[in-house]
Design a protein around this ligand. Structure first.
Ligand SMILES: [Ca+2]
Ligand SMILES: [Ca+2]
Ligand SMILES: [Ca+2]
Length: 293
């Protein structure tokens, strides 16, 4: 049991993207979980084959894995796995045979049959097969950011700044780790008297783990739509606070599960206020701010 737990911890460490075969439970020596991960950047295959129970693994001379393309079942690559702590095997003698090796030529994307064969010193041969799909991993791209260019703070009521970001990643929303926003407030007022920071920095973007956008839906062009609403303090919040005005700079970052990312920066939001005596076109009109317009 302890080894099983260790194995699954190792699976997690290996950034698994392929489902293991659930091992059957019986007293006989058998092949349990087969795990394959393929890194398309390095063309490395990481393979693990579990011999069960682990005590019987030392009777195994060797474990060999052959990958066949599906559906035509042409052999694509073959590997000899070890349980001695070398060639990517994380723990020696634990019944998990492994190999980490570059494939040349690289594996084509598609479905594979994984045939695993274990040869014991007594001449026994165990075979187990499973299938997997090696899917191409695409980097996420920020396709668009939709937010106002100018925003008018309400005189006395909190309002919402709504932002929509569209992500292009053919691997789908399941592959997106997060879409996060950052704000540079250096060019906003620092107090309610309208004073500004005297040393603003162009790149002083701040974020917070909670500043994540929420997946909404996938649009009809296949883009992943993420949204957020940022509460905007009014000109006078009734308890001595005031919404800051000036220029806020926004940055958006998307990261997927293979840690590829895309960023857009310097999205400018001009924050103005209703009640500053100026009717800011595009943000205020006679209806939304009769005070200024
Ligand atoms: Ca091992
Ligand atoms: Ca992706
Ligand atoms: Ca105004």
């Amino acid at each position: 049991m302890k080894n099983t737990i260790t194995f699954f911890l190792l699976l997690l460490l290996a950034a698994a993207c392929n489902l293991p075969v659930t091992p059957a439970s019986s007293g006989q020596t058998e092949i349990g979980t087969i795990f394959l991960d393929y890194n398309q950047e390095t063309t490395e295959v990481f393979l693990q084959v579990q011999i069960m129970p682990p005590e019987s693994a030392d009777r195994m001379d060797s474990v060999r894995v052959v990958l066949y393309t599906l559906p035509d079942q042409e052999p694509a690559a073959a590997f000899s796995l070890k349980d001695d702590g070398t060639q990517g095997d994380l723990l020696p003698g634990n019944g998990i045979f492994s190999i980490l090796a570059a494939t040349d030529p690289p594996l084509a994307f598609g479905a594979y049959l994984i045939e695993s064969t274990a040869y014991s010193s007594e001449g026994t041969v165990l075979t187990q097969t499973t299938t997997t799909v090696i899917a191409e991993e695409f980097p996420p791209v920020i396709a668009s950011v939709d937010m106002p260019e100018i925003y008018s703070l309400d005189p006395d009521t909190w309002t919402d700044l709504n932002i929509t970001v569209k992500i292009d990643d053919p691997n789908g929303a399941d592959d997106i780790k997060y879409v996060r926003y950052y704000i540079n407030t250096d060019f906003l007022t620092v107090d309610c008297e309208g004073n500004y920071n005297d040393n603003p920095q162009d790149d002083n973007y701040q974020s917070d783990p909670t500043w994540q956008m929420e997946y909404s839906h996938t649009d009809n062009e296949g883009l992943l739509v993420y949204t957020t609403s940022i509460p905007m303090r009014p000109v006078d919040d009734g308890s001595g606070g005031c919404g800051k005005t000036g220029i806020a700079l926004f940055r958006f970052l998307v990261k997927d599960k293979s840690n590829r990312q895309d960023t857009v920066s310097e999205i400018v939001l001009e924050i103005v206020s209703c009640g500053d005596g100026e009717c800011q076109a595009g943000a205020e009109d006679a209806e939304t701010c009769p005070e200024d317009c």
